[in-house]
Design a protein around this ligand. Structure first.
Ligand SMILES: *[C@@H]1O[C@H](CO)[C@@H](O)[C@H](O)[C@H]1NC(C)=O
Ligand SMILES: *[C@@H]1O[C@H](CO)[C@@H](O)[C@H](O)[C@H]1NC(C)=O
Ligand SMILES: *[C@@H]1O[C@H](CO)[C@@H](O)[C@H](O)[C@H]1NC(C)=O
Length: 872
């Protein structure tokens, strides 16, 4: 149906219609996110033509002059020079002032001040005098703006104004006070003037009567109404006010009967009177009664229905019954050729737009265009929003860019839509330009738009623009969301602009915005990267004040960063002091500092902290001692570590954990001999070394090719009834692949079968032999895998090693099988898995397969090793 109606106007804008027909049915309009379905379907249809057909329509608007007047009025600063220049500009327009024109201007005005200025200027123009109607209009504007005091000032001083004497003095005063909501004063004045023998005119009587109704002074209403009647001033306006009088007292039936009476005895009544009661029913949600009444009065044939329909539609829309309103509109259009006025169109369009009913919006806009209904600002803004929502960014932008041509001044909603749409379309620079423009015009985007734009700017790395946006936002006390704040800071840090990030952070901090933990992390690691330990320190303390608890690794980073400066000790102690002065100093803080200093390879600082701890009466716990030991060991200060360890052992019974720390640390420091001594020592003391001690020892001893001891240690491990771990097993296999020495050490230590074409089980030593190529293993791969499984639990690393072993055989067939087994076992092949296989395939000349696998490897994001690269 919609498209049929559209087709009627097809000659006006074939392109636009084609577009909408192209994306027929609902799918592409509802749920529109800008730049999706519609623009894709539209493809390369020239949007210029759509734009120009709308532009022609916009140019036809007839309130441009009024806009222009208000532009002049609102742009002037409040000093005499600019006031003069504005008045000059107004004079140059060559306006023909009349009551009608002034009323039109006042009606069009948005801000009270401009209206007042115009009123004042007009009153001083030769040949024009304000009338009661214009006075009433300005009074109404003032009272609507709740500027009663301005108005009363106005009334009190107005006798001094030359031009005021042209209108009747008392009439104006009575009207003024009546409209100002001071009917008592108005009545007093009325009484006084009657006393001195003057009377109000018809207009002023009605203003007074209306004010009395507004203020619920129903008794006085009756009296004044009688006066009006006596003077023969009674007309439709009187009837309207009387109906309102009933409505105000919630006497809708009486109001209805009153109108019926007027109709039947030929009284003064018009559609405006009917509107009041229809509106009253609607406002009480009695739409059925209102509808019935509307039909009844239509049948009278005396009223022009447009105005009544307009009120009906307005009330329906306001009550959220848009569907009913649209249905009504269509039926009246067909049956009676009803055409809504501009305001009703605008209202419907805006509401439908809000509900994303874009097809209907489009229909209405087309109808207006076809019906040559002159659009106003609201219509143009709605059209702009519509094109944004429909994803027709080009058209929207074209309108925007040529806005001066037809006097379009976007409102905040239109700005928001345009900015959102441009961001969604990837035109972030355009969006930013529009934003700057909107700010110049005094609009700042809504929160959602702000974050969409900020998001896009961050994403595209347009950080200067982002910074500018942030500054403007902060100037307006718009505080960004946590997520946005964090995103911006992290983008700045990524771009190595952590100082800028810090400035922004400072600004927000000043506004009592608490940064998230994540934001602090970004900033601290930014300053860590640029070696600004001082600022990192400040942030570390500040984040705790903001209620976040830094992790141990954050302390490590900050302390390391501090220790890279010229005076590490001063800085370090300062931070410690700040930290300790903070909440009550706890062991944890001290421990973090010992740990941090240890990681920064500053064991002397660590020791200082340890001593301070003791001095200040905080008993170091086992963790403190372990961290202290680790600090020495990390810096390879072996004798210090041993001394400290010795002291600890003297003080209390050395624990397994301390031994463990020493053994692991010594191994890492490549001192396996001393570590080994400690291992025997702890065993002598009846302590059971942890598996990790054995692992570290095997690793360190193997690197030193001290294979005889390795075998001895493994013996010891097995004797204590424990199993070889995957870690140890893998080290053994690795070293077997490299040389035969490990196997030889094994043979020296005990009996190993020289030749095993065995299919059954192998000992660990035999497995080493097999990997060293000293023992031939026949049978299939499952066999070998099983053998490994009997010695230790294989992991991915083990499979890789097995793969390497099998790649040595030129057939390579088993290698593939292992590759598949890896998946079967639930592992994901890693870089090494691929590298080994690719390497083997190239080496054996199976180039095609190698290339295929290499491709797969690259696709998974793994780089081949240099060694493999040489073969490619
Ligand atoms: C601080 O820098 C070091 C190296 O310079 C790095 O290892 C560490 O992860 C960084 N810490 C943070 C929190 O970024
Ligand atoms: C030492 O004290 C810290 C802080 O209270 C605690 O986290 C840690 O677990 C303690 N260490 C031991 C071994 O008790
Ligand atoms: C490679 O494996 C095949 C099949 O098991 C075997 O016959 C051949 O001897 C092996 N070659 C080497 C060099 O190990």
């Amino acid at each position: 149906m919609i498209f049929k109606r559209l087709a009627v106007g097809a000659f006006l804008c074939p392109i636009l219609n084609k577009r909408f027909i192209l994306c027929s049915s609902s799918s592409c309009f509802h749920s529109l996110s800008p730049g999706t379905a519609v623009s894709e379907r539209i493809g390369d249809l020239p949007s210029k033509e759509v734009a120009s057909s709308f532009k022609d329509w916009f140019r036809s608007r007839n309130d441009v002059l009024l806009d222009h007047i208000f532009e002049i009025l609102s742009s002037q600063a409040d000093d005499s020079v600019s006031r003069k220049s504005a008045e000059l500009a107004l004079s140059r327009l060559g306006l023909r002032l009349s009551e009608e024109f002034v009323l039109k201007v006042l009606h069009h005005g948005e801000d009270v001040l401009s209206c007042l200025k115009f009123f004042d200027w007009a009153g001083r123009q030769p040949g024009y005098h304000h009338t009661r109607a214009t006075f009433n209009a300005i009074f109404k504007i003032l009272s609507r703006a709740k500027l009663m005091s301005v108005m009363i000032d106005f009334l009190q001083t107005y006798t001094n104004q030359r031009y005021m004497h042209k209108v009747r003095f008392y009439d104006t005063l009575v009207m003024g006070y009546a409209v100002a909501g001071k009917p008592e004063i108005a009545l007093q004045l009325f009484g006084r003037m009657r006393f001195i023998g003057v009377d109000l005119d018809s207009f002023a009587y009605h203003v007074l009567l209306n004010a009395l109704v507004e203020e619920n002074l129903f008794d006085v209403v009756e009296i004044v109404a009688k006066q009006i009647k006596m003077r023969g001033f009674e007309n439709q306006i009187t009837s309207g006010i009387m109906v309102k009088n009933f409505v105000k007292q919630n006497k809708l039936e009486e109001a209805e009967a009153f109108i019926r009476g007027l109709v039947s005895n030929g009284g003064a009544v018009d559609e405006n009177v009917v509107c009041i009661v229809v509106d009253a029913f609607c406002k009480q949600n009695k739409f059925e009664e209102a509808g019935r009444l509307m039909n009844e009065f239509q049948e009278v044939g005396k009223f022009s229905m447009e105005h009544i329909y307009s009120i009906w539609i307005r009330d329906l829309v306001q009550a959220g019954k848009v569907d009913v309103a649209m249905e009504f509109l269509h039926s009246k259009k067909i049956a009676e050729g009803y055409v809504p006025d501009l305001f009703r169109y605008n209202m419907l369009i805006c509401r439908l737009l809000r509900e994303n009913r874009l097809e209907e919006v489009c229909d209405l806009l087309m109808e207006m265009k076809e019906g040559k209904i002159s659009p106003d600002k609201v219509t143009m803004n709605a059209a702009l929003c519509f094109f944004c929502k429909a994803g027709m960014v080009d058209v929207a932008l074209d309108f925007y860019n040529s806005r001066k041509e037809f006097g379009l001044s976007p409102n905040s909603l239109a700005y928001n839509y345009l900015i959102n749409t441009l961001c969604g379309d990837g035109s972030v620079d355009e969006a930013y330009r529009v934003l700057k423009n909107s700010i110049e015009r005094g609009y700042f985007p809504g929160t959602k738009t702000f974050s969409i734009l900020a998001d896009a700017l961050c994403r595209e790395g347009k950080l200067d623009k982002m910074k500018e946006l942030f500054v403007v936002a902060l100037e307006r006390n718009v505080v960004p969301s946590d997520a946005l704040y964090d995103k911006f800071i992290s983008a700045l840090c990524r771009a190595n602009r952590v100082e800028d990030g810090y400035l922004i952070h400072g600004e927000l901090h000043r506004l009592n915005k608490v940064a998230t933990r994540k934001t602090y992390l970004h900033l601290i690691s930014g300053f860590n990267k640029s070696s600004r330990g001082d600022i990192a320190t400040r942030l570390l303390i500040e984040m705790q004040e903001s209620g976040h608890t830094p992790s141990r690794s954050l302390y490590r980073s900050v302390i390391r960063c501090l220790c890279d400066t010229d005076h590490p000790e001063n800085q370090f102690l300062k931070l410690l002091e700040m930290q300790l002065s903070h909440p009550e100093p706890i062991i944890r803080d001290y421990n973090f500092f010992i740990d941090g200093a240890g990681h920064a390879k500053q064991p002397d600082l660590a020791r200082k902290v340890f001593e301070m701890m003791v001095r200040s009466g905080v008993e170091p716990n086992l963790s403190s001692e372990i961290l202290m030991l680790q600090s020495y060991l990390k810096s390879e200060r072996i004798s210090d570590a041993l001394n400290f360890f010795g002291d600890l052992c003297k003080r209390r019974k050395a624990s397994r954990k301390l031994y463990h720390t020493m053994i692991a640390g010594l191994c890492k420091a490549n001192k396996p001999d001393i570590a080994l001594e400690l291992l025997w020592e702890m065993k002598e003391k009846g302590l059971v070394p942890s598996l990790q001690c054995y692992e570290e020892l095997v690793k360190s001893l193997s690197s030193n090719k001290n294979y005889d001891i390795v075998v001895k240690i493994i013996d010891d491990l097995e004797k204590s009834g424990r199993h070889v771990s995957s870690f140890i097993g893998n080290i053994l296999l690795l070293h077997s692949l490299r040389s035969r020495e490990l196997y030889e050490a094994w043979v020296r230590s005990r009996d190993v079968l020289g030749d095993a074409s065995l299919s059954g089980s192998l000992t660990l030593g035999e497995l080493v032999g097999a990997f060293s190529g000293r023992i031939r293993v026949s049978g299939n791969i499952e066999n070998l895998e099983e053998v490994i499984g009997q010695c230790f639990p294989p992991d991915l690393y083990t499979y890789n090693m097995l793969l390497r072993r099998l790649s040595m055989n030129e057939t390579m067939d088993y290698a593939y099988e292992v590759f598949n087994r890896i998946y079967e076992k639930g592992y994901e092949p890693n870089r090494w898995t691929y590298d080994i296989l690719v390497h083997g395939l190239f080496k054996h000349g199976r180039t095609n397969e190698a290339k295929r696998l290499l491709n797969e490897m690259l696709q998974k994001g793994f780089d081949p090793t240099d060694c493999t690269r040489q073969l490619i």
